[in-house]
Design a protein around this ligand. Sequence first.
Ligand code: UDP
Length: 506
Amino acid sequence: MAQSSPDQHVAVLAFPFGCHPWPLLNLACRLACAAPKVRFSFFNTPKSNLKLFSTSHAESPQNLTPYVVADGVPQGHVLTPGNPLEELDLFLKAAPESFRKGMDMAVAKTGRKISCLLTDAFLVFACEMARDMHIKWVPFWVPAPYYLSAHRYTDLIHDTYSNACGGGEDGINIDGNSILRKPEAQKSGIEPADKALEFVPGLSKMRFRDLPQEVLLGDSSSSLFSSTLYRIGGVLPQATAVIMNSFQELNPATLTDDLKSKFQDLLYVGFLTLTLPFPPLPPSHSDATGCLPWLDNQKPTSVAYISFGTVAAVPPDHEFFALAEALQESHVPFLWSLRDNFKEILPTGFLQRTRTQGKIVPWAPQTHVLAHRAVGVHVTHCGYNSVFESIVGEVPMICRPILGDNMFNARMVEDDWGIGVGVEGGVFTKNGMLKSLKVVLGQGKRMPQETRDTKDFVLKAVLGHEQGKRPMREKIKDIKDRVVKAAGPNGIAFKDFKTLVGVISK
Ligand code: UDP
């Protein structure tokens, strides 16, 4: 490991939404262990830190100190229910000042000036902050690398799509996550949403319809969060090094080569929510919701595990309702990570009727759940971490992508790797979900007549995934092997992590 200078002080700035703080904290802990003379100060909002430190499996090293910073929500302000962007925008507006105050506090406490900013890459203001402080800026990219390329090429993607839709802004109309074409564009007879993104290095497997709104709309979006995302591609080339929450070996060489040519340095340090080889759950973070003992009592590969990650955005109420109805009717045992405030959306009496069939918890030790032999399918929004946790647990997926990089990840899971299926029509319906469960869990289960009769979708999926080609579970093992190899001592992540330790230590 590189020699660390004794007066180095790394300020770690978290983006307190979604899963983002978890991998950043894990990275900071790993770095703090590898560079024991360097001091690390971890800054995050009170609410996020509370959840993070109560659920994280990372053991905090002594040279890492957590601090809280203001969340930007004015005192007495009541956040509008169902509008997660409001909290995000308030945070981002206040963030430069909140983090500056936090760092002043840490400098006063430790007597060490800040020597490096290690930040979530979404905190684009850190670029200017680091420049003003004459220190290094090392942003950490948490979502899929594909999504970073989409941000790097937002203008090109936006312009190409507008033109393909019939010219200019008028061609694009976005409703929720679906791309609609305005009537003028429809007349032209072009169907651009299904076109591959061949003109973006590394994205040839993706299609326009896999892109999130913030990329398709380019700079024309109104929220501070969207305009922040728009700036990412422009500021990251100024960073000392961009760190990826992924393994280089799992990404197309064209994608990595292109990003490397754009950035001063690009380092892949592996998945930060997964430790490989897979460790047992540390006793200090016992399974408070009792998921693992419940799974112990289920048959092998029989359980559907359902989770839509950490973000506030979830499928609409009617889809939750349909999903619940399908679970009940399928008789498949289920474990559902569902926050309490969503329980009211479920059908009346559902909890009572399924009390012996399923278990609902507000938070599950997901990596351990997915590694449990009882889990047979993962119903997921296809967050990047969730997808690879599923791969390492060898659990095929039913995909219902929601936002951000989810659609890209689902495309890989369904079409490229063949280790999961989408829900019919892209949204949960009772019958569609019953079919997807049947496809993934196999033919042996007790299923309603209605589902046995709807053969088209099942046969297509079964022939595609289970008969004509190799079964999903076999294919998953291949990808898992690649992950395990990449995480080994000869993998690129091992070398890139050492380089990163050198960057933050000097
Ligand atoms: N997670 C968990 N327990 C839960 C729900 C989620 O441990 O009950 C973790 C999961 O293991 C993953 C992260 O939260 O590491 C979600 O990250 P992902 O990238 O999949 O989705 P996001 O939350 O960013 O949409």
